[in-house]
Design a protein around this ligand. Structure first.
Ligand code: ATP
Ligand code: MG
Length: 422
């Protein structure tokens, strides 16, 4: 039997050597969101297929070709969530969280899209998403951008720039849609197959095409801003003024549209040029119509999602360091008696010194082997119990970085000494 079972293409294991960096990044996001008063919500990973079709839009890359959809044993069509907003909206409606109050929510977890795996693009990837319901903005839009900016700052990331745009209200988008269709119809020979199809179904998406041969026809297309009505323009102006007052720099990108149908008014992306083609680490915007579209009472909403794989990769690209936590101590247990009393001593020390990171040697081994393991663990101290110590109720403490003399103390005193290192 030599056929090894392998993981699914584009779905990766997160190995122990990488988990400290992930935990650090996740921890920064959690604490920042807590500081701003946002609450966590956890939704199922599988939802009814219908939910994504209705919210993301039938004529989008995600729904047309990227979803993991299957029938369960009851014959219901289910889909692994490709993003979190749809499920979050469903959850707040279903649990009546929108009755007369705003909600500031966040979630974190795996998302699934059947894309071509490459750097920064996977089939299982992770997002941290933030969604705010019931506040019309643009102050909320600005706060969300400030939260993302603070997360970059806490992580030490300084290689990202902010792009903003306004997609206007549904009414202005309709007007713009007609202008755009008119324009692209005049340049049909320059459109690829996907874009020709989109011309009728979803012409704004043509602007989001990554096809290099289409960039010039896209660049010359009429811009949405000229179709915005007065209220849209005011909303966008206020957002920009607020960003200015918060000292957050931005570029207005009139061609920034999003790959999902539910966005209107504010859209934004944080991009970097250190990650190659997949340079967007965070994307978001307003989706005022979505709650009603999914069957709730009309409620304004805005949110964003950070792609964690890209963010972690950017941390590596920038060689950012973070407080990796090595163990404080490694307990060496040599001799038969030592092994049997050792685990009891370890538990006693743990109870006496909360937060202490203590590795107990398991599986025996000579003094020499165990000290090697202690060194490799990165621990600052070795606690040694040999047969002598076991017999006399003592523990020897040895500084593995060689800064202080080794000392042998009673088990009761060990806890006192260790609490100084913690
Ligand atoms: P892209 O244009 O790169 O395909 P998108 O518009 O499909 O992105 P969103 O749905 O807005 O992306 O998701 C928000 C963020 O999630 C992206 O900016 C990116 O950081 C991350 N992301 C999206 N798809 C993937 C993927 N397949 N693998 C890794 N990260 C992803
Ligand atoms: Mg995509």
């Amino acid at each position: 039997m030599s056929n090894k079972i392998q993981s699914i293409r584009g779905m990766n294991d997160l190995l122990p050597e990488n988990s400290p960096l992930w935990q650090f990044v996740e921890g920064v996001m959690r604490s920042t969101l807590k500081e701003y008063g946002y609450q966590e919500i956890r939704m199922p990973i599988v939802e009814k297929t219908e939910l994504f079709k209705r919210s993301i839009g039938e004529v989008t890359d995600i729904v047309e070709k990227e979803m993991y959809t299957f029938e369960d044993r009851n014959g219901d069509s289910l889909t692994l969530r490709p993003e979190g907003t749809a499920g979050c909206v469903r959850a707040v409606i279903e649990n009546s969280l929108l009755r007369g109050q705003a909600q500031r929510l966040w979630y974190m977890g795996p998302m699934f899209r059947h894309e071509r795996p490459q750097r920064g693009r996977y089939r299982q990837f992770h997002q941290m998403g933030v969604e705010v319901f019931g506040l019309e903005g643009p102050d909320v839009d600005a706060e969300l951008i400030a939260i993302s900016a603070r997360i970059w700052q806490q992580l030490g990331i300084d290689s990202v720039t902010l792009q903003v745009n306004s997609l206007g209200s549904a009414h202005s988008r309709e007007r713009y849609r007609n202008i755009l269709v008119e324009y692209f119809k005049g340049h049909q020979d320059k459109l690829d197959k996907d874009s020709l199809r989109r011309l009728e179904s979803n012409p704004l998406r043509i602007l989001d095409s990554k096809n290099p041969e289409m960039q010039s026809v896209i660049e010359q297309a009429p811009v949405l801003e000229d179709s915005l009505d007065e209220e849209d323009l005011l909303h966008f102006e206020q957002l920009k003024t607020t960003l200015d007052s918060m000292n957050i720099g931005y570029e207005v990108n009139p061609r920034l549209v999003r790959g999902l149908d539910y966005y209107g008014r504010t859209v934004f992306e944080w991009v970097t040029d250190l990650l190659g083609a997949q340079g967007t680490i965070c994307a978001g915007g307003r989706y005022d119509g979505l709650v009603e579209q999914i069957g709730g009472k009309a409620t304004t909403a805005v949110g964003f999602a950070i792609g964690l794989e890209r963010l972690v990769e950017l941390m590596r690209e920038q060689s950012l360091s973070f407080g990796e936590e090595k163990p404080h101590a490694y307990l060496v247990l040599a001799g038969e008696q030592a092994t049997s009393v050792g685990l009891g001593v370890a538990e006693m020390i743990r109870s006496a010194v909360p937060g202490l990171r203590l590795i107990t040697n398991l599986g025996g081994g000579s003094f020499k082997t165990q000290f090697k393991r202690a060194d490799r663990s990165g621990a600052r101290l070795a606690l040694v119990i040999g047969d002598d110590e076991a017999a006399s109720g003592m523990v020897t403490i040895k500084d593995l970085h060689g800064k202080s003399e080794q000392q042998t103390v009673s088990v009761d005193d060990v806890a006192n000494i260790l609490s100084r290192y913690n």
